[in-house]
Write a protein that binds this ligand. Structure first.
Ligand SMILES: [Zn+2]
Length: 250
């Protein structure tokens, strides 16, 4: 199996559009093109041909460049039913074949941030969109806390070595929030010290998220006590709502 490069294309203030680059034939698959312009520049600069696009959910910062890229390139786009007809619709349990069937990614429904949210998993990669961030998770826009909770439970079952490619650079802010909940967690302190020096903090891994992501740690008595519950889901719900208004103290 050739070694694929997975390269972040920065967009807007803090979005990443991920490019999966085949090392031998100059083909590329793009995940969540919120803007066509940086993607086109990337393709041109590296002499790449766009084969396919994956969409995680309908938000404009993930889909804004989709129509233009589909018009100007011979490529196929996959996404949730909210993206019909521009995307070929995929749903939970489907598999997407990429690079002439050399890569298969499983489609996993992950509602919560939006109702249509999908993530793509395979080849030790997880394209988690706005469901799972490093040290955090997406806001609840359309779904319920229960739905997002179930979605994150599913993602925790993936192997620890799964690389997590999420769609935003929110890691440091998330880590400071995580530290406010778990001041004695050494892994969080180490991660903050490491990430401060990096413009791009991704990918993370599922194993690392189990050590630093408070939304993966709500089963721990210390976290539950801090949030005033002795229940994992209630602690999750409280944590998610606290984060909505939380700000780093300067
Ligand atoms: Zn979103």
């Amino acid at each position: 199996m050739p070694m694929f490069d997975i390269i972040p294309i920065p967009a807007f203030d803090d979005n990443y559009i991920w490019a999966i680059v085949h090392p031998l034939n100059n083909q590329v698959v793009i995940v969540d093109p919120g803007d066509a312009k940086p993607v086109k520049a990337f393709l041109q600069n590296h002499g790449l041909s766009l084969q396919a696009i994956l969409i995680t959910h309908h938000h404009h910062d993930h889909t804004g460049g989709l129509a233009e890229l589909c018009q100007t390139h011979e490529c196929i786009a996959y996404g949730p039913s909210s993206m019909e007809p521009i995307c070929q619709v995929v749903e939970d349990g489907d598999s997407v074949q990429l690079f002439n069937n050399s890569i298969h990614l499983s489609v996993i429904a992950s509602p919560g941030h939006t109702l249509d949210h999908l993530v793509y998993y395979g080849h030790d990669w997880l394209f988690s969109g706005d469901t799972l961030f490093s040290a955090g998770c997406g806001r609840l826009f359309e779904g319920t806390a229960e739905q997002l909770w179930q979605s994150l439970q599913k993602l925790q079952l993936l192997p620890n070595n799964t690389a997590v490619y999420c769609a935003h650079e929110y890691t440091l802010d998330n880590l400071y929030f995580a530290q406010s909940l778990e001041p004695n967690n050494r892994d969080i302190t180490i991660a903050i010290n490491q990430m401060i020096a990096h413009a791009c903090t991704l990918p993370s891994t599922i194993g690392q998220e189990k050590r630093i992501n408070p939304y993966f740690r709500t089963h721990l008595p210390e976290i539950q006590k801090k949030l005033g519950f002795n229940d994992s889901f209630q602690s999750f719900k409280k944590m998610r709502s606290l984060k909505d208004t939380w700000q780093v103290k300067s």
